[in-house]
Write a protein that binds this ligand. Structure first.
Ligand code: FES
Ligand code: FES
Length: 157
């Protein structure tokens, strides 16, 4: 077992994990933060996306021990203290950017990264940027709408 310390959703966490433990398993099984989903075993679906030191990563493709000293943010950290949704979450709700919701945590985490990195979001470029996040339900049209609206709302503060 390997000792590990990291910050998850603003809280310091110290624990021991096996060398083979994936970040997604640390988040879901050790920390019981089950908003981060597992949708494949091939690093393709993006349901497991979290922010690692502020950048989106597929947490199923990162070893937990590689995150010693790092800062992780999961979907659970987005809502405000009184449960008010993050602007990107609200936009997904308002624009019907989800159906079953399985892909949604990963989509929202990816969307926030894209919104922070881009001044202007072009819908066709956005579709390219989303190629690492698969959705079986929506056909993507409303996800793209939601991300454009959510990015605008994030800019407004
Ligand atoms: S579970 Fe990580 S990409 Fe599918
Ligand atoms: S809303 Fe069902 S997989 Fe995307």
């Amino acid at each position: 077992m390997i000792p590990l310390s990291l910050t998850v959703n603003g809280k310091k966490v110290s624990l021991e994990v096996e060398a083979r433990t994936l970040l997604v398993d640390l988040i879901r099984s050790h920390l019981r933060l089950t908003g981060t989903h597992i949708g494949c075993d091939t690093s393709q679906c993006g349901a497991c996306v979290v922010h690692l030191n502020g950048r989106s990563v597929k947490s199923c493709s990162v070893l937990a021990v590689a995150c010693d000293g790092d800062e992780i943010t999961t979907i659970e950290a987005l809502a405000g203290l009184n449960g008010e949704l993050h602007p990107m979450q609200q936009a997904f709700a308002d624009c019907h950017g989800l159906q079953c919701g399985y892909c949604t945590p990963g989509m929202v985490m990816t969307a926030i990264s894209i919104a922070k990195e881009r001044e202007h979001l072009d819908p066709s470029e956005l579709r390219e940027e989303l190629h690492g996040n698969l959705c079986r339900c929506t056909g993507y049209q409303n996800i793209v709408k939601a991300i454009v609206a959510g990015a605008e709302a994030m800019k407004q503060g």
